[in-house]
Ligand binder design. Structure first.
Ligand code: PRP
Ligand code: URA
Length: 209
């Protein structure tokens, strides 16, 4: 699929392997999610809008480009997407942050919304949605539906691990959304967990069960 970019960088692949290990504890897991988000962000933000400002170097005045802070927002899907925000903010410290609260019903696997707030105005911003896991794609589609309903237009989605089923569902619902994934895994199991995956990302980031 032309709008799916799978990260091949060895640093990202190495860190994902550490995430997968069930013996990796909360502290390291959290740090790895942040680092992977930063490395993926380097790629996902390669077309961030710039504008020129004037700066005086020790030699002379010059015009030089800086990031349009007001033209960007990062929007994590709660909870697990929160773990990726600091990695993006390390790259763009003045970015605005929205929040989309969704949880998956354990039986139906469909997402339920419990909190949503986006920075305003949203229309002109590049919006990067973060969630470590793209499983059935239900949460991703609901998050993008919400952002579009509120006027967001240029949307990218960053997932550390994705299942083919989730990629297909997101692409069918929102073919305009550019997707960045750290690794595309084999499949979902009957409980809609990604195989081999890394387990429950939210629980592993926040140390809950
Ligand atoms: C997880 C994950 C995604 C969602 C992916 O969240 O962080 O948001 O599941 O599954 P999907 O593609 O099938 O929708 P969860 O609902 O477990 O909530 P949590 O982050 O609060 O633990
Ligand atoms: N959510 C997770 O945290 N992990 C999965 O494998 C699927 C959904």
């Amino acid at each position: 699929m032309e709008n799916v970019i799978e990260m091949k960088h060895p640093l990202i692949q190495h860190k994902i392997s550490r995430l997968r290990d069930k013996n990796t504890g909360t502290n390291e897991f959290r740090a790895l999610v942040e680092e992977i988000a930063m490395l993926m962000g380097y790629e996902a933000l390669s077309d961030l809008p710039l504008h020129e400002i004037e700066v005086e170097t020790p030699i002379e005045k010059c015009k030089t480009p800086v990031i349009e802070g007001r033209k960007f927002a990062v929007v994590p899907i709660l909870r697990a997407g929160l773990g990726m925000v600091s990695g993006i903010l390390a790259l763009v410290p003045n970015a605005k942050v929205g929040h989309i609260g969704l949880y998956r019903d354990e039986e139906t696997h469909e997402p339920h919304e419990y909190y949503c707030k986006l920075p305003s105005p949203i229309e002109e911003r590049l919006i990067v949605v973060t969630d470590p896991m793209l499983a059935t794609g239900g949460s991703a589609v609901a998050a993008v539906d919400f952002i579009k309903k509120h006027g967001g237009r240029k949307i990218k989605f960053m997932a550390i691990i994705a299942a083919p089923e989730g990629i297909k569902r997101l692409h069918e619902a929102h073919p305009d959304v550019q997707l960045y994934v750290g690794h595309i895994d084999r499949e979902l199991n009957e409980a809609a967990y990604i195989c081999p995956g890394l387990g429950d990302a939210g629980d592993r980031i926040f140390g809950t069960k």
